[in-house]
Design a protein around this ligand. Structure first.
Ligand code: FAD
Ligand code: DHB
Length: 394
């Protein structure tokens, strides 16, 4: 069956769903094609921290009803090392905050608002294939409910994540991938227990990194640095709690335990594509870049990309093609800053190596953390980046 739309979006993660809302607001027609089911997407537990600029993007679209009600506004974070916990007060340093609100909740809010709009979202699609993106008449072919569709559009947006199909159709001569793997991964748990902290704790410990985050006043989210080739089967609930007590422990402070409802291991990677535009194809979010999670930037970068792309497409249909022609450069310019920050936070807080090599690294990290927590200027540099750089052109 042949369909026609203005923008064909591949992927119904946060990037694709949010772009749909930005286009709807501008009166631009779109369809979203997604390979997974709605339930599967809502079941994926991922990021948890929204930059202030991300909250502003959602608020401008009126998509912040539940976010305002249930999001936990945090004035700062804690950095912990060598048995001491230091508060980094973003509000005091630079007058900005972050909001703790799970990616699943963001995605649920975006999906419910699409239900109200009656948006065309094809979940459970198979063999999704973008075509003719070198031409002004690109299309996406896909199977859905036993029918083969071809949707023709002015532009295709690849919001289909790191493993998606869109980036892969760009000829190798037109794109370069910059990548860096890390010798560690995160074991993340969700636990039915009230958070033991008012704000997130990022901890460096000789055994490795640990973090205490949360999803609500009743649900905690915690992470432990593990080897990238470790198996979740090796980690009993008891072993996980013991590791968290050891790495997060402080005199006079107790980590509350609760029932673990989810546990998984996620490898870490830095990845940036050299371009986010090829012909009539634009990439957004994880399709164009991946960061290690220590700076809480994956979801926020997806939001900043589509905020820029949505504004650029809106300008295009109002007669100004300038912003669309510079989208890739502007998104990548913000992204490389985010890449550096995420790598810096990751390197500062994760241990690696053995013997004196490991000790050399650890002592340098303690030095860096002592410097950062002891310098108002350095703290402000961290605060500015953690709470989110400006989104240009939005
Ligand atoms: P995605 O959320 O990946 O969405 C892409 C969508 O495209 C998916 O729904 C996928 O099913 C769909 N798709 C893929 N291929 C196709 C195809 N061929 N056809 C149609 N649809 C397709 N970030 C943090 O900041 N903190 C964290 O703690 C954190 N934890 C994470 C844990 C995991 C396991 C992962 C994978 C990521 C994590 N991230 C984290 C990163 C953050 O979740 C992502 O940056 C964010 O989801 C990016 O949104 P997106 O919409 O670009 O991509
Ligand atoms: C969470 C994830 C992150 O990557 C991070 O830096 C902070 C919090 C979270 O899942 O809550």
């Amino acid at each position: 069956m042949n369909l026609r739309t203005t923008i064909a979006i591949v992927g119904a993660g946060p990037a694709g769903l949010l772009l749909g809302h930005l286009l709807a607001k501008a009166g631009i027609d779109f369809v979203i094609i997604e390979s997974r089911s709605r339930e599967y997407i809502l079941g994926r537990i991922r990021a948890g921290v929204l930059e202030e600029s991300s909250v502003e993007v959602l608020a401008k679209l009126g998509l912040d009803g539940r976010l305002k009600q249930h999001g936990l506004v945090h004035d700062g974070i804690y950095l912990q090392f060598e048995g001491t916990r230091h508060h980094v007060d973003f509000a005091e340093l630079i007058g900005r905050t972050v909001t703790v609100y799970g990616q699943q909740q963001v995605v649920d809010d975006l999906m419910l608002a699409h239900d109200e709009l009656g948006s065309a979202i094809y979940f459970d699609s198979g063999d999704v294939m973008p075509k003719d993106v070198e031409t002004p008449r690109p299309s996406v072919d896909f199977g859905h409910g036993g029918i083969r569709y071809s949707v023709e559009a002015d532009f295709i947006v690849g919001a289909d994540g790191f493993h998606g199909v869109c980036r892969s159709i760009i000829p190798a001569s037109e794109i370069t991938s910059f990548e860096r793997d890390y010798p560690f991964a995160w074991l993340g748990i969700l636990a039915n227990v009230a958070p033991s902290t008012d704000e997130l704790i990022y901890a460096l410990h000789p055994d490795g990194f640990a973090m205490h985050s949360m999803r609500s006043p009743e649900v905690s989210r915690l992470y432990l640095q593990v080897d990238p080739d470790d198996d979740i089967g090796n980690w009993s609930d008891e072993r996980i709690w013991a590791g968290l007590h050891e790495r997060l422990g402080l005199d006079g402070w107790t980590l509350n335990e609760g029932e673990i409802t989810e546990k998984s291991i996620t490898p870490m990677r830095s990845f940036v594509a050299s371009t986010m535009n090829y012909g009539t194809l634009f990439l957004a979010g994880d399709a164009g870049h991946i960061v290690p999670p220590t700076g809480a930037k994956g979801l926020n970068s997806a939001i900043s990309d589509v905020a820029m792309l949505g504004a650029a497409l809106t300008a295009y249909y109002a007669g100004d093609s300038g912003p669309l022609s510079t989208y890739s450069d502007r998104a990548l310019s913000r992204q490389w800053k985010t890449q550096y920050f995420s790598r810096w936070m990751t390197d500062m807080l994760h241990t690696s190596g053995t013997g004196t090599e490991a000790e050399f690294r650890y002592r340098g990290q303690v030095g860096q953390l002592e410097y950062v927590t002891g310098s108002e200027r350095a703290l402000a540099v961290l605060a500015e980046q953690y709470t989110g750089l400006p989104i240009e052109g939005v």
